[in-house]
Design a protein around this ligand. Structure first.
Ligand code: T46
Length: 133
């Protein structure tokens, strides 16, 4: 698999559910940044880039969305539709996100601060990077 799915333990009782995420325990990196994507308009596709070094864990804490992942050789489609499942993205992976439900809140944890220089936003440059890797 290009992306790795991680299942989180649900601490549930008669009041409801709670999930805890901890640095280097159930997330395999130190978390430096958290962002979330919400209110995505109908039929919008986002992403269209790869990262040179960033590690990320994406969780659809509400609703659902789909990822297309591409490592330059293979492609895979993953649907995130559960707050107890995270998608780990590590290494050179082209990603696109689509089919966001109206209520989707996509939470993303990362191991680095935001750095536009880490993005590869051109697919042919992405393939060049893969071949130089
Ligand atoms: C990724 C996918 C899953 C910031 O100012 N700080 C941030 O931490 C981020 C992530 C973005 N921004 C700014 C940059 C743009 O002006 O927010 C705007 C939207 O970002 P972008 O077009 O990169 O969003 P997506 O949905 O295409 O991609 C995002 C992440 O950028 C990316 O790292 O892997 O979600």
């Amino acid at each position: 698999m290009i992306g790795k799915l991680i299942d989180f333990k649900i601490n549930g009782d008669n009041r409801g559910s709670l999930i805890a995420i901890e640095n280097n325990h159930n997330v395999p990196f130190d978390i430096k940044r958290v962002y979330y994507i919400f209110d995505t308009k109908k039929d919008v596709r986002r992403g269209f880039h790869a990262h040179k070094n960033l590690k990320q864990l994406a969780i659809s804490v509400s609703g659902s969305c789909k990822f297309l992942l591409d490592n330059g050789k293979d492609k895979e489609y993953i649907e995130l539709n559960s707050p107890n499942q995270g998608l780990l993205l590590d290494g050179l992976v082209w990603r696109e996100m689509f089919d966001f439900s109206e209520d989707c809140v996509l939470l993303v944890l990362t191991n680095e601060y935001y750095d536009e220089n880490d993005y590869i936003r051109d697919y042919s440059k992405f393939l060049e990077e893969i071949n130089n890797d």
